[in-house]
Design a protein. Structure first.
Length: 287
């Protein structure tokens, strides 16, 4: 096996970890996949003979790619709406790290949207993946003490804005059931009442290819997207959380993941990638 093939093999061994890092930073399955792929392009063109900790080095690369994507995303939004808007490898098991990241849930992603790119990177890398501040400092271009302050500031905002722990699953199920009923019946008023004013709808690359918009923001825009739709969607549980699924012939084709705070839906993610759906703990319910 030549050096390039060996590097590709090691990269694949770390892919689950890199995808988990990218997803928690970007909040989008399709963008996370893009970030991991871009990281491979950079890695494949780099000299790796002097790298002692390949896993940590790969984490640094994917974090820098994500930081660039977050800054680009923020710049695009400010062009459209000119209003100011607010490494070492961890324990070593990529699958365990991915499960740790998944346990945080989609609700955190909504809160992370309020953070500046450098804050988001510092918080995710340190608080989720236990990367030392000295390593993160080289990524965000700050000193270690300044990076620590970034993460601390982000942590305070997350703790202050995040949803309360121990959310009531039955209550969330009622919200999802009401959303599906309003969507099927084209009840625009009911949809407005169920959606948070700042609700965000995101679709993965597979859903976009099928005709969905990559991102829709705001209560009226999201309500229009679903009014009169979702007739064939059925309630479901995804990783134990209230969700919905379109499963013609019993085969899941699109999963609707919801982030719910109180009685309002603050985030919806459409997952249509078969590989991603296959990795979900999905249970289709009656109704």
């Amino acid at each position: 096996m030549d050096e390039h093939d060996l590097l590709a093999e090691r990269f694949e061994e770390n892919r689950a970890h890199l995808r988990a890092v990218a997803y928690r930073m970007l909040g989008s399955v399709s963008e996370a996949e893009d970030a991991v792929q871009e990281s491979w392009f950079r890695v494949s063109r780099s000299e790796t003979s002097g790298v002692e900790n390949l896993g940590g080095w790969l984490t640094t690369i994917v974090a820098r790619v994500c930081l660039d994507m977050l800054r680009s995303r923020k710049a695009r939004r400010e062009e459209l709406l000119p209003i100011p808007t607010a490494i070492t490898e961890t324990a070593g098991d990529p699958e365990r790290e991915a499960l740790l990241a998944d346990s945080i849930g989609l609700a955190l992603l909504v809160v992370l949207e309020t953070l500046a790119p450098a804050e988001r990177v510092a918080f995710v890398l340190h608080d989720v993946f236990a990367v030392p501040f000295e390593e993160i400092a080289t990524i965000v271009g700050r000193s270690a003490p300044a990076t620590r302050q970034l993460a601390s500031r982000a942590r305070r905002r997350v703790q202050g804005a995040g949803p309360a722990p121990g959310a009531d699953p039955a209550r969330q199920r009622r919200v999802v059931d009401a959303f599906l009923a309003a969507s099927r019946g084209g009840d625009f008023g009911a949809l407005l009442a169920l959606l948070d004013p700042d609700v965000v709808l995101r679709a993965d690359a597979a859903a976009v290819r099928a005709g969905a918009e990559a991102e829709v923001r705001g209560v009226e825009a999201v309500a229009h997207t679903f009014a009169g739709r979702a007739r064939a969607a059925r309630p479901a549980l995804v990783d134990g959380a209230a969700a919905a699924v379109w499963a013609p012939g019993g085969r899941p084709r699109v999963v609707f993941r919801f982030t719910i705070t109180g009685d309002r839906i603050v985030g919806i993610e459409l997952v249509a990638d078969p590989d991603q759906i296959g990795r979900l703990d999905l249970q289709i319910l009656r109704g």
